[in-house]
Ligand binder design. Structure first.
Ligand SMILES: Nc1ncnc2c1ncn2[C@@H]1O[C@H](COP(=O)(O)OS(=O)(=O)O)[C@@H](OP(=O)(O)O)[C@H]1O
Length: 299
């Protein structure tokens, strides 16, 4: 069974995973493939492509997708397929009472995504998980570092000119955290009422609270509640209690909650100053105060 299929026991509204966004016949993924690394995406998938045989229209073909690839590679592969009508045609249909979900973090910062998604389905509901952009940048860097240990330090990458304190806003780890900028792009196509902003910080402290907002936003009954979570101290994250269809509790994987490197406090301070006006703008745009200015220290 495909791993990416988001199944749910919350009948009568099962959720299926059906990732396609593109309505234009273009290839959105340009530039080097970040998944081309020994521990990343196997080169052979890119060299030969995978078997996409449309055996039926109701999901059997999904098994042909190389779900064993990591999420980065799957996203890359999805992106390359998303503009193919073949791909679109072989996706399972969304049946009555089902919600189709697609989870690709990079869409939030992809210029063409709002227009494409809007032209595909203008009533799409959008959920964005945001966290303090400084912590986000460090987390992003930590993830890259885990794959490429030879990269320069965070402090080096963060600045165009450190003496002048000039932040390098073109570095993706930093650029992605300028949420107001990206949101502006989405608001050209979608009203704010169609976008839910989930606090990444609150998702850890109060997962049930954030999930309640998600369920309300999607028009679902509040089925996921406090009773489904417990806090795993070792992991530092909430975990799901024993799911009905499995014997073990479910925590986030090894790639979540990596220890972040210790960053020079001056650099943190400079970054906080850099983000402050953008954060304030973001709070005004969303009508939500995420309180990132109040966090005293980073992880
Ligand atoms: N459910 C939930 N609640 C709170 N925080 C979460 C959750 N899922 C992922 N994370 C944290 O988000 C950071 C990036 O996660 P991902 O690896 O999933 O990102 S990505 O999809 O690969 O881009 C990464 O942050 P750090 O661990 O601080 O580096 C994840 O731990």
């Amino acid at each position: 069974e495909p791993k990416g299929l988001l199944k749910t026991r919350f009948k009568p509204r099962p959720i299926i995973f059906s990732p396609y966004v593109c309505t234009e016949n273009s290839f959105p993924c340009e530039g080097p493939n970040p998944c081309h690394s020994p521990e990343g995406c196997p080169q052979s998938y890119w060299a030969t492509g995978f078997k996409l045989t449309a055996r039926g229209r109701r999901g059997t073909h999904m098994a042909e997708f190389p779900w064993e690839l990591n999420s980065c590679c799957r996203t890359k592969l999805f992106s390359s397929l998303s503009c193919s009508f073949l791909y679109r045609n072989v996706m399972p249909k969304t049946l009555d009472g089902q919600i189709t979900m697609e989870k690709t973090p990079s869409y939030f910062v992809t210029n063409e995504a709002p227009k494409r998604i809007h032209s595909m389905a203008k009533d799409t509901k959008l959920i964005v998980v945001v966290r303090n952009p400084v912590t986000r940048a460090i987390s992003d860097y930590t993830q890259t570092l885990s794959k490429k240990p030879e990269i320069p330090t965070f402090e080096v990458l963060a600045f165009k000119n450190r003496t002048l304190g000039l932040i390098d806003a073109s570095w993706s780890a930093i650029r992605i955290g300028i949420y107001a900028l990206h949101l502006e792009n989405w608001l050209q196509y979608f009203p704010l009422s169609q976008i839910l902003f989930v606090s990444g910080e609150r998702l850890i402290i109060d997962p049930a609270g954030e999930m309640a907002k998600v369920q309300d936003f999607l028009g679902l009954k509040r089925i996921v509640t406090e009773k489904h979570f417990y806090f795993n101290k070792t992991k530092g994250f909430p975990c799901l209690k024993k799911p009905e269809d499995s014997s073990a509790p479910r925590c986030l994987g090894k790639s979540k909650g990596r220890t972040h490197p210790k960053i020079d406090p001056d650099v943190i301070h400079r970054l906080r100053k850099f983000y402050k006006p953008f954060n304030v703008m973001f709070y005004q745009m969303t009508g939500q105060d995420f309180q990132w200015e109040q966090e005293e220290s980073d992880k």
